[in-house]
Design a protein around this ligand. Structure first.
Ligand SMILES: [Zn+2]
Length: 248
């Protein structure tokens, strides 16, 4: 029997009584667990194997499959269920993580990022837009797509007022160096947006959420972070479309 702490990203019912759950763990990345008699287990140990439950899981390996033996809740994120938009945004975070993280990968920082983001989402101390941008840029950075945002690619300017951010390379140019005919996909943003991106990708995880942006900056940041993640993952997400439909 092995144990792991993890958060449930997805659950799929199998028949009347059973289900599969995908959990993000610190040491083993995303793993799939078979839960036999899900109703009984839910009755016994609360919601510890339900969506967004962060729990300590005991599991048995039989053949190439892992079976849940028992689960003990650490934090359940009940508060997310009070708001459809927050619950939907959390579902998007979970779907992206499930897509990005393979089994067997060390995922301690990703787990911390997800738990911290859900914590702020649950207690409503940061806006949804803010959390979405922070999560998108930081997840990309943690999974090998860190944007190269130190200086202008042409002249090395560190803080130009106008920033032409290249989506594919993650680098940027100032207004003097930018060539409109370069044929690259770009987004034009102001310096405060660049500063926000720098903070998100470079700061220590425990200081990640300790900054604020104006509404104007957030508007650009929202467009930029979403474009960046979808371009690099080369797909969209059903949960993201659902979330955005809530505001249409
Ligand atoms: Zn320049």
């Amino acid at each position: 029997m092995t144990t792991a702490e993890g958060i449930v990203l997805r659950e799929r019912p199998v028949g009347e009584q059973d289900k599969f759950i995908d959990i993000l763990t610190k040491e083993q990345g995303v793993i799939e667990l078979s839960v036999r008699g899900a109703r009984k287990i839910n009755g016994k140990s609360g919601s510890s194997a339900q969506l967004f439950a962060y729990s300590r899981f005991c599991m048995d390996q039989r053949g190439d499959r892992l079976y849940l033996n028992s689960a003990e809740p650490i934090h359940i994120f009940y508060g997310l269920r009070n708001s459809l938009t927050r619950l939907s945004l959390a579902s998007y975070f979970a779907e992206v993580v499930g897509f990005c993280i393979r089994p067997g990968t060390d995922s301690g920082d990703i787990l911390r990022l997800l738990l911290n983001t859900l914590y702020y989402l649950e207690n409503e101390s940061r806006s949804e837009k803010f959390l979405k941008s922070v999560f998108e840029f930081r997840l990309m950075s943690e999974t090998g797509f860190m944007p190269d945002i130190l200086a202008c690619q042409g002249c090395g300017a560190f803080e130009p007022e106008e920033v032409f951010f290249f989506i594919d390379s993650g680098g940027f140019c100032c207004a003097d160096c930018f060539d409109r005919n370069c044929g690259k996909k770009y987004m034009q943003v102001k310096l405060p947006v660049l500063r926000a991106v720098r903070h998100i990708v470079l700061s220590d995880l425990n200081k990640l959420f300790n900054f604020r942006v104006s509404e104007t900056v957030q508007l650009s940041l929202t467009a930029l972070s979403e474009e960046y993640i979808l371009s690099h993952l080369e797909r969209s997400f059903r949960t993201l479309e659902f979330y955005k439909d809530l505001f249409r």
